[in-house]
Ligand binder design. Structure first.
Ligand code: HEM
Length: 165
C-alpha cells in the first residue's frame, strides 16, 4: 500500500473517531434525566406541596365522597406529600425512593387508587391542577410536555369509575 493511501486511511479513521465523539456528547447532553432538568428533590417537593394544597380544597374532587373523607382528614396531607414527592423523584429518573412498605404504601398506581372510584372528570381536574402548578413554578415548555404526557399515561390504571365490567 502506498504511503498516500495509508495516510488517507489514517485521516478518514481520525474523522470517524471525532464524528462519533461529537455524537456521543450530543446524546449525553440529550440524556439528562427529567429529575435533573426539573432541579431535583427540593424543586419537585416544592411543586408537590403547592399541588396537594390545591387538591385538598378542590370542590370538583371533593364531590367524590371517598376523596372528600381523605381530604377532610388533614392528617393525611404530610404523608401524601411525601409519597407523591417520592413517586415523582423515582419516576423522573432520580433515586428509586418510591418503594412498597408494610402499610401498603408505595405500591403501583392501579393498586393505590382502586378503592377511590376515580372518574375521567376527576382525572382531568388533577391534570389541570398539575398544569397550573407547573406554570406557577415556571417549568419550561419541554419538561412540562414530558410531565403531562407521562401523567396521562396512567389514566387507564387510575380511572375506575364508572366501573368497567
Ligand atoms: C397521574 C395521576 C396521578 C398520580 C401520579 C398519582 C399518584 C399518587 C401517589 C404516588 C399516591 C400515594 C400512594 C401511597 O400513599 O402509597 C397517591 C394516592 C392517592 N391519590 Fe393519586 N395519583 C394520580 C391521580 C389521582 C386522581 C385523579 C385522584 C382523584 C382524586 C387521586 C387521589 C389520590 C388519593 C385520595 C390518594 C390516597 C391518599 C391517602 O390515602 O392519604 N390520585 N396518588
Amino acid at each position: 500500500m502506498s504511503q498516500i493511501s495509508i495516510r488517507m486511511m489514517l485521516i478518514s479513521s481520525a474523522m470517524i473517531a471525532s464524528l462519533s465523539l461529537v455524537s456521543t456528547s450530543a446524546i449525553a447532553a440529550e440524556e439528562k434525566s427529567l429529575f435533573e432538568r426539573l432541579g431535583g428533590t427540593y424543586a419537585i417537593a416544592q411543586t408537590v406541596d403547592h399541588l396537594v394544597n390545591k387538591l385538598y380544597v378542590n370542590n370538583g374532587l371533593n364531590a367524590n365522597p371517598i376523596i372528600k373523607a381523605i381530604h377532610d382528614d388533614k392528617s393525611t396531607m404530610p404523608g401524601f406529600k411525601v409519597m407523591l414527592t417520592n413517586w415523582v423523584v423515582a419516576r423522573t429518573g432520580g433515586p428509586k425512593i418510591y418503594q412498597p412498605d408494610m402499610f401498603g404504601r408505595g405500591v403501583g398506581m392501579k393498586e393505590s387508587h382502586a378503592h377511590l372510584n376515580i372518574s375521567n372528570r376527576e382525572f382531568d381536574i388533577i391534570m389541570n391542577e398539575c398544569k397550573n402548578t407547573f406554570y406557577t413554578f415556571n417549568v419550561p415548555e419541554k419538561e412540562l410536555g414530558e410531565l403531562m404526557a407521562d401523567l396521562e399515561s396512567f389514566r387507564n390504571e387510575i380511572v375506575t369509575f364508572p366501573h368497567k365490567e
